[in-house]
Design a protein around this ligand. Structure first.
Ligand SMILES: Nc1ncnc2c1ncn2[C@@H]1O[C@H](COP(=O)(O)OP(=O)(O)O)[C@@H](O)[C@H]1O
Ligand SMILES: [Mg+2]
Length: 508
């Protein structure tokens, strides 16, 4: 079968503020092919394809369709060029029927019966079943996804982009979707699937484009790939690091998580019987491809999500009493000294308020510490001053609002604020995301200082070299399961990489 070049992205760049979400990206898209876009969360996958589907407009570079440069300013225009995208968050109208949702964008006189018949035929051709009359609110998530896909296909998409389509599906539904996508490919469509799951890439795609930190790292033929090759391309080559690992005292068991399970609001099981413990004076690393349940785990412990099964037992260092955190509110948990700091992909999106200055952002965390009913701005000011000094935060002036800080400095405020609050159990995720090497070392030092004070630390990281050097033990999370807990001193990067990527359901 001959493949034809359909779309070329040339030197595409997209910035948000001073942040490069995509930098100089080149990518060719062929018909008769399933192309996977692989990369960790935040690597720029969605941004890139949003530019092809008319959601964003590139700051630099060129899009060629059938060898001609084009300007795509909105999704409708993208569809005119035969490009359709199914987003992570569906955009259907609940009270309308399937066919009404599909027909809503049609021009001219509507013949719903005719449209229904055509849509059903098209769906059957590829192996989908669809009920045109059924209202959207009565559909399962997987059925809604089918409607979204059929909608863009019916509008003539030849290039079909799916953004993390299996995130909302059960394994059986994913398998079914993959079969449909194979049929579409064989029919000549260009299929692009965005994913961070290696097994999906290997199972489904013909080629795989790997992104890291906004850049296109390489594009490979899938049959020449294996998990190790993909992992390295995704997370990067070994770098020379030297982080101190101070001796671990393991005085008292601070946290004991027992068979914790969690389903998300779409009723997909995200955490499966998670069990592990953490001692005071210990750094427990959590390794895993991002998006495998790390954040949900930390948020369950912090009380921000309600676990469905299991226990989270916390030993209070003052009273030595054991408390079940599952029975407490997030504020009560925080008051026990359990603090969570995570650096989201969008650093301004949560955790900090852009229009407030550094002091006020620090006060967000400390406003309820004072005895008086009035806000104690002096205390926060002192902490702000200390943070600014110890983290070498550079800022335009005393009253600069946080949104004017550069990304790295912003992040030091976010992470430093939690570390400086002297928690008993400190959970940090991706604290050095996007920081330069020197700033990263400052954060590692702060964590080590906390460890020395007897804080129990859970460190979710993305860099295996860092995890191996900084942590005492490493719990490997894969598809919402802790697949192993290893001694960081005696384990290799390859062993962890394998645990991170092997099919956890087939393994243990
Ligand atoms: N509208 C936006 N404003 C600011 N930053 C954004 C926006 N959209 C994406 N980003 C940032 O761009 C980076 C890449 O995001 P995205 O393309 O969604 O990654 P992926 O799909 O690979 O998880 C992230 O750091 C994200 O925070
Ligand atoms: Mg995305």
């Amino acid at each position: 079968m001959t493949k034809n070049l359909k779309v070329s992205l040339k030197n595409i760049t997209k910035t948000f503020g001073d942040f490069y979400a995509n930098k100089d990206v080149n990518l060719d898209i062929y018909d008769h092919e399933i192309l996977a876009i692989l990369g960790e969360n935040g690597s720029g996958k969605t941004t890139l394809l949003n530019m092809l589907s008319g959601i964003y407009y590139p700051d630099g570079g060129e899009i060629l369709i059938d060898d001609k440069p084009v300007t795509i300013t909105n999704p409708k225009e993208a569809l005119k060029y035969g490009i359709g995208m199914v987003h992570q968050h569906f955009k259907l109208i609940d009270v309308f029927s399937t066919i009404e949702n599909i027909a809503i964008g049609l021009n001219g006189k509507l013949d719903l019966n005719k449209t229904s018949k055509e849509v059903v035929e098209l769906a059957n051709k590829y192996g989908f079943t669809i009920d045109p009359k059924k209202k959207i609110f009565k559909l399962s998530v997987s059925e809604k996804q089918t409607v979204e896909i059929m909608k863009v296909l019916y509008y003539g998409a030849e290039v079909l982009i799916l953004d993390e389509p299996t995130a909302v599906l059960t394994p059986q539904e994913s398998e079914k979707l993959f079969n449909v996508l194979r049929n579409m490919r064989d029919d000549g469509k260009a299929i692009i699937i965005i994913t961070h799951k290696l097994n999906e890439v290997l199972e489904l795609s013909d080629r795989v484009a790997i992104m890291r930190k906004g850049e296109m790292i390489e594009v490979l033929d899938t049959d020449k790939c294996n998990e190790a090759i993909l992992t390295e391309a995704m997370v990067g080559k070994k770098v020379e690091l030297k982080i101190d690992r101070i001796d671990c005292r393991r005085d008292e068991k601070r946290l004991d998580v027992k068979k914790l399970s969690y389903r998300n609001h779409q009723n997909v099981k995200v955490l499966h019987h998670i069990s592990f413990d953490v001692y005071s004076g210990e750094i427990l690393g959590v390794a895993g491809i991002s998006g495998n349940g790390q954040m949900q785990l930390l948020e369950c412990i912090a009380g921000l999500r309600k676990r469905q099964k299991g226990e989270v037992l916390y030993t209070n260092p003052e009273t030595h009493e054991v408390e079940n955190l599952c029975l407490k509110t997030p504020l009560e948990i925080r008051e026990l000294g359990v603090h969570l700091s995570y650096v989201p992909e969008d650093r301004l999106g949560m955790g900090l308020i852009g229009n407030m200055d550094i002091t006020d952002n620090i006060m967000l965390r400390y406003y309820n510490n004072g005895k008086s009913p009035f806000l104690n701005r002096q205390g926060s000011k002192k902490i702000a001053k200390e943070l600014i000094d110890s983290l070498e935060i550079s800022y335009p002036n005393e009253n600069s609002t946080v949104k004017n800080l550069s990304g790295g400095n912003l992040q030091k405020v976010l992470v430093g604020r939690e570390i400086a609050s002297n928690p008993n159990l400190l959970m940090v995720a991706y604290p050095v995301r996007g920081l330069d090497i020197n700033s990263s070392y400052i954060i590692y030092d702060l964590l080590n200082q906390q460890k020395q004070k007897g804080t129990a630390i859970i460190f979710v990281g993305e860099d295996l070299d860092v995890l191996l050097q900084l942590c005492d033990r490493i719990a490997v999370i894969n598809d919402g399961r802790i697949v192993d807990i290893v001694d960081a001193k005696t384990t290799t990067k390859e062993q962890i990489g394998l645990l991170m990527t092997k099919d956890s359901k087939k393994g243990a």
